[in-house]
Write a protein that binds this ligand. Sequence first.
Ligand code: NAD
Length: 505
Amino acid sequence: MSTTLEPSAPASTASETFDSLDPATGDLVGTHPVMGRDEVDAAVARARDAVDWWGNLTFDERADHLLTWRSVITRRIAQLADLVHRETGKPHGDAQLEIVLAIDHIAWAAKNAKKVLGARKVSSGLLMANQAATVAYHPLGVIGVIGPWNYPVFTPMGSIAYALAAGNSVVFKPSEFTPGVGQWLADSFREVVHGRDVLQVVTGLGDTGNALCRARIDKLAFTGSGRTGKKVMAACAENLTPVVIEAGGKDSLIVDEDADLPKAAEAALWGGMANAGQTCIGTERVYVHEKVFDAFLAEILAQADGLRAGSDSGAKIGPITMPSQLAVIRSHLEDAVAKGARVVLGGPEAVGERFVQPTILTHVPEDSTEITEETFGPTLAINPVKNMDEAVRLTNATQYGLAGAVFSKSNGVSIAHRVRSGMTSVNSVIAFAAVPGLPFGGVGQSGFGRIHGPDGLREFTYAKAVTRQKFAPVMNLTSFARDSATDGKVAQLVTLLHGGKQTLR
Ligand code: NAD
């Protein structure tokens, strides 16, 4: 750990506070200020000052700072994982895994920003052959980031690291369930940039997020529920502030008749139950070719044997982080059972006071909430399908379109391209999230805009086009001196260039 004394963040002037609690025990983890409009505006004003410095560094200088931050987080990974574990309840190993992925994203964004965003030449075309054309991607300025609690490091980092690498400063409003993790991230970055306000945290509930949407920011990156996403868009619309919305999902995992069934079952079980099912890109529905349905079910039930939720070291599933979600999970299971679903593991009674035991339902009616709405619990709805056309049709019959998985030895990629979602893994789950060069985001009610990869870097910039005249044009088109002879030559030229039979080569 660094022993250098760095200027700390300005003390909050907010008088009200809120507590973050350990969801497994109810123990107090930390107390944080509820920041209001004034504190948020002040943070944004400091961020605006800081971007004068940060935004004017070279890509290499920014990369140096970001790679130092990456190393600091790596060296302190156990400390951060412990905080994630205490604020979310997830097992320590799972907390470490999300931090590892976030670290990889920081490194990728730092190392690739120059190549993706730096000025590059563009062909100026025959009509404008006298012009040298370039495009560069400039930082927008101050980015507001609003994050959820389920992956409190990995998820906001998809916006924070990419926005910073592009040259913006960031004001981050973490979830009220994980404010300590957000503060830890901002404090560690503050050390790296010697006390400058390049990445700040504002803590509080929904009203603090609303204040950030209304502040003088240049873009707002939101990750959370679609319900809140609509409020965020409405608030941002007042100042024409652009938004990225990373919202919920109802992802399916498709199993074809030629799939490796033990591997598909392992993936479905982990995709559905890991992090107690509280994963936006988690598996919620499984569509299995009817020829292998029984074998798949037997396999997944065998693998689920012994898997349980709890707070002891033998439990691989933690608590439900947000207590109000317990009622949602119970209502989805009850609705499915009332409509005729079969319970093969767990069931509505598996929903406890803090924990939900793994639950698998089959033959779940497609109009039940267990199929149509995000459950966000360790539950799987597994239904047989006649063929892959039906699997794709049912997968796409959703308001969401975030991600998904396909298990098939011969047709995986072609099936993947027929699924209307932002991301699909073939013969694995969630692999795309760990490939930093790939864009992450959804369609439909899962939101829009992209984090990660080149698209994620460009998301926090504006394209700047510049043309430089290299020599006087043969025909000066942008002058009142242009005469009818020139107009005639222009007509001839365009006919030559574009009037012929169209070929695609
Ligand atoms: P949420 O919508 O309840 O809260 C998200 C954030 O918005 C929190 O920081 C909250 O304080 C803030 N907020 C609440 N009201 C606000 C308002 N009026 N204005 C501005 N901000 C406000 O979501 P959550 O329960 O924290 O997270 C779970 C949801 O997030 C799930 O739907 C999950 O699928 C989704 N999620 C999506 C992704 C993705 O990348 N697509 C990743 C993780 C989680």
